[in-house]
Structures are given as C-alpha cells and as structure tokens.
Design a protein around this ligand. Sequence first.
Ligand code: AMP
Ligand code: MG
Length: 328
Amino acid sequence: MPDRITRRLAADSAGFAEAGALLRAGGLVAFPTETVYGLGADASNGHAVAGIYEAKGRPRFNPLIIHVTRIEEAERLAVFSPLAEKIAHQFWPGPLTLVLPKRENAAISDLALAGLSSIALRVPSSATARAIIEASGRPIAAPSANRSGHVSPTLAAHVLDDLEGRIDAVVMGEAAEVGVESTILSLLDDRAILLRPGGVTRTDLAAILGYEPEAMDEPHDDKAPLAPGLLKSHYAPEAQLRLDAETIEAGEVALLFGTFRPKGLEAAKLSINLSPRGDLKEAAAALFSALRLLDQSGASVIAVAPIPDFGLGEALRDRLARAAAPRS
Ligand code: AMP
Ligand code: MG
C-alpha cells in the first residue's frame, strides 16, 4: 500500500527542523539512533501512532518505546522509584529502555502503550536522534524502522528498502553505532527484571543494581509475559538460520565471528565475519547489515558459527535465535 512520497532529509540543522515539523504535524519520520534506525511519530497523537502500526504492519498489542531527550521529561511521564532514578542517571542517555508505572496524567496515546498502565521510556544518546526529538517538541514513539518481523535497519538505505512510499521522510544520517536494539529493563516492582538483552549488558546493569547477573531474569510462571510484544520469531530473513554451526553444508552461506573456521567453509558461496578480531561490539554493529547481505545472496540457509554468550553476545544470540525461530 505505498501511498506517499518518502522524502530524504539531510542530517543537518535544516533537515532536523523539517523532521521536527513533520513529526509535530503527525507525520512518520525515520531517523538514526545509536541502537538502530527508528520510525518516529508524536506519541501524544493517536492518529500519528496508528500510522506507525500501519506502515510497519505491527500487531497493535505490541506497545512502543517512548523517546525523550531529558530525564526530567521522562519523570513527567512515569513514576520513578529511587532505584529507577539511580539506573536512569547511570545509563541515560544510552541504549537502555526502562519500563515504569505511567503517570495518570501523562499525555501519551493509549495505542502507543497498547492500553497498559506501564510505559517504556528511553533517552537516546545519538546527537541526530536528540536534535530531531528536540526539534519536534514532543515525546516520540519509535520502534525500529522496518516492516514488522523483518531485520532491523542500521542504515538509511535499509529503511528505504522496507518503508519507501509508506512513511513521510527518512533522515539520511549515520550508521547506527550500537547496531542492536536497546536493553529493556522492567522496574515496575522492587525487583529489576531484564525483559530483553540489548546495547547495555547484563553485567553492567548487575553491577549498578548490586545483583548477581542471573538474578534479573523474568520469574517463570504462567502470568502474562511482562514484555507483551517480544515475539519468538522476529528479524526473520527469507533464508533459514542454522545456529552454532561447526560445519557449512553445500549451498549454505556463512556468518562468522572471530577466528573460528567451520569445516566446509571453502565451499560457501558467501561468508561474512562480524568481527575477525572477535570484538562483540564490532559484531553487534555489523549484525543486521550482514544478515541482509547474506539473505540477498538467495541462499536458502545461513549457517551461523558459534557466538559467545557473555556481554553484548547475549543480545546478538537473542536476535539470532529469534531470526532462526519457526515462523508462525
Ligand atoms: P521495540 O519492538 O524495539 O519497539 O520494543 C518494544 C518492546 O518494549 C515491546 O515489545 C514491549 O516488550 C516493551 N514495551 C514497550 N512499551 C511497553 C509498556 N508500556 N509496558 C511494558 N513493556 C513495554
Ligand atoms: Mg523492531
């Protein structure tokens, strides 16, 4: 249903002002953040927020993260416990989302919160994202700027591949520096719960919380999941993914990390190493681009060599597991 011209805006002060004006007028504008490119809309405008769900084909039960530029603005939207204050001051601006009790009078569209009484908030560090949000003068709801279920965008070109003709503008900015989405931490109760691994690592959070790193996991019971929209199958390329591959089979393409060489690699038509020197930060920044490139090779299987499960590796493995999950 492409129904409009998608404008390319320069990442300069004129472009930021234009992006801000479009957002204020209820438009949909994609822009870089330090995690991935986001698709922004005015979070206080239900009609604008509805546009995000429509452009992405995102299920409406999946609430959106609200982006602001200062802690004080976040405090006007949510109730911060002393623990939440401490975490916010430590990690904001940056790739951490906090799920907090929403303030009764917070002017945020119910659709953006999927009707919940909680709100997910983030203060991004990307100077481009901050300038655009600032120029809009509004809290900005922004999920990743891709069709729902597709691989997240780390370049403006990825956004156009997925959303050209469906959104009002893309700010043609820098490559996303972190490359995976934000860590989501719930602080609804006294206990912090890690809902999604991401740009801030479990060990960094545990150090500030004074927890054991494992003590942050969601308690396993049959309650509704705390993070409603975290779908098992996500980031799905056309190709199937095979994880922790120690051999490459005929016809497969390969995603590698570090110095590990799977057997049969010579025969692979294409292989991409996320970080030959085994740096997880470099690997995270390269992940989504690499998945897109391997998928474009037309191979039916992407074999993924083992990736460590510590530090940023937890977020990498999480995204790969979702990309590999059976599609519903
Ligand atoms: P994303 O898909 O990257 O935009 O991340 C959105 C995720 O954040 C959702 O799928 C939820 O798991 C979580 N989230 C967003 N808003 C809320 C909220 N109001 N309450 C609880 N979790 C939320
Ligand atoms: Mg997403």
